[in-house]
Design a protein around this ligand. Structure first.
Ligand code: SF4
Ligand code: SF4
Length: 476
């Protein structure tokens, strides 16, 4: 009986190890399949020992008891992180000032054209930024410097990037449907029940391709104070105060493809960014026009028409938690998402912020910070800047690195343990982290042992392989 129990437990370990090995191969991991195989081989050795050498059984039973005991302890539910459950209010410590879009690195690089009137006005007010910005601009006014330079500007991929990023531009002019532009609504549409309205908009967003949808009340703190990004010659808008009066936000996340993100910092990763930005523009523009046709005001927030910071909105809408690298760690997909929103005055029912255990995990993990080639992610404690306590990404040095390689890098997105595919294996692990204090304490270290801490760019399918084996001419 004793031996039979040991054999059953051992067979379970062998099966779990093989399953882990198989999933890790599919995920193109480098070290994890070896760990899985080592687990399976150890299990097989133990099986032989259990069967052939009865004297070893007691020692093996002790090892199994420790393993099972640790597993059981990880099932004890912990006290929830109250800070996480407060959503974005949880990281406000003072009286933050709204962010001015004119100060964002992208806006400064793209829109402050040397010699122009706004260039002079801006640097008169911010002389400390002029020299560093000029240096960055000398690497290219494109956000990516010389696009695709890390892959010798491989033309098929570069063209996919251009095509994807161009699409939101076409829709930007339609991000704010003219109120009353659609057939006049009858009064009944105004009386729609908030619960029903929320159900409809979430269903419609999913139909259009959203991976996650949540609703929150808009905290105006997360709206940009002034317009700083100009995309279609609407220069008269630069510096205009932005209206943040619409009270509800439908926040949308689109999942980025695991294989393509895994190729970061090479071009497939940014091809996928462009693709998902295009998809987000498509989804939010249609949703904004749906609200308008229903007789309500609405504004689409997407890649060429952001009016707000997406991460705090997504946290408030219950899509995930703020991570060390400053991205949203979304449920199911981790930081492997792009975020969008539609704000409206249609009354809706808000979702609640969630505690996934990400904050506790980030305290000990540090993978993104250590793998970041530009050292832009802090390895230490959170800092209190502008009345907001968080791990503060250095956007300036990150952006400079993008110009060096000609892509949006994505290493911090790809390496995060929460980014792994939404399979049964990772769903179970995430569920345990969400519930267990012990898991939040130990899993970051276990993860480092199993998967390693270094970033390894993963291979991609041949259609998007950037190695240019056919000698395609790359000028673009
Ligand atoms: S890689 Fe680790 S530290 Fe970085 S965001 Fe993900 S869990 Fe947090
Ligand atoms: S995108 Fe790359 S450079 Fe920027 S923070 Fe992430 S890992 Fe660092």
């Amino acid at each position: 009986m004793f031996a039979a129990l040991l054999i059953i437990f051992d067979i379970l370990i062998i099966a779990a190890s093989f399953y882990f090995w198989y999933e890790s191969i599919r995920e193109k991991e480098k070290r994890a399949p070896m760990t899985g195989m080592a687990g399976a081989i150890s299990g097989l050795v133990l099986l032989v020992l259990i069967i052939l050498i009865p004297g070893f059984r007691i020692y093996i039973a002790v090892i199994f008891c420790f393993t099972a005991g640790f597993g059981l302890l990880c099932l004890i539910p912990c006290k929830q992180n109250q800070r996480a459950l407060k959503g974005s209010f949880g990281f406000i410590t003072g009286k933050p000032k709204k962010i001015d879009e004119r100060d964002i690195v992208f806006a400064r690089n793209r829109c402050l054209i040397p010699g122009s009137d706004i260039y002079k006005r801006y640097y008169r007010a911010h002389p400390e930024k002029e020299e560093a910005d000029a240096k960055r601009r000398s690497m290219g006014t494109h956000a990516l410097g010389k696009p695709g330079s890390i892959d010798n500007c491989y033309r098929p991929n570069n063209s996919m990037v251009m095509a994807g990023f161009q699409f939101p531009m076409y829709l930007a002019k339609h991000a704010k449907p003219e109120f009353g532009a659609h057939p006049a609504p009858d009064s009944a549409s105004k009386l729609i029940d908030p619960r029903k309205g929320s159900e409809i908009i979430k269903g419609f967003a999913k139909l259009l391709g959203a991976s996650l949808v949540g609703i929150c009340k808009v905290n105006s703190l997360w709206s940009y104070s002034h317009r700083g990004e100009i995309f279609f010659e609407n220069w008269e808008d630069w510096g205009k105060e932005l209206d943040a009066s619409l009270p509800w936000a439908v926040v949308i996340a689109t999942e980025m493809d695991h294989e393509l993100v895994g190729a970061g910092p090479h071009t497939p990763a940014i091809v996928e960014s462009g693709h998902k930005y295009a998809k987000g523009a498509y989804i939010t523009t249609i949703l904004a026009h749906w609200f308008s046709a229903m007789g309500f005001k609405a504004v689409a927030d997407h890649h060429r028409h952001y009016t707000k910071l997406m991460v705090p909105l997504a946290v408030d809408a219950g899509l995930g938690e703020l991570g060390r690298q400053g991205y949203l760690i979304a449920k199911k997909y981790g930081p492997r998402v792009r975020l969008f929103a539609v704000t409206t005055d249609m009354p809706l029912v808000p979702d609640q912020p969630i505690d996934m255990g990400a904050e506790d995990f980030c305290k000990r993990c540090l993978k993104c910070a250590e793998a970041c080639p530009s050292k832009s992610i802090p390895t230490g404690e959170k800092t209190n800047i502008n009345g907001i306590k968080r791990w503060k990404l250095n956007e300036e040095s990150c952006f400079k690195y993008w110009a060096k390689i000609g892509t949006d890098c994505s290493i911090c997105m790809g390496i995060c343990p929460f980014s792994r595919p939404d399979t049964l294996l990772h769903r179970i692990v995430k569920l345990i982290i969400a519930r267990s204090h012990l898991a939040r304490l130990f899993f970051p270290y276990i993860d480092n042992i199993i998967y390693g801490k270094k970033w390894h760019t993963k291979p991609v399918s041949s259609w998007i392989d950037y190695k240019n084996q056919y000698g395609i001419k790359n000028e673009i």
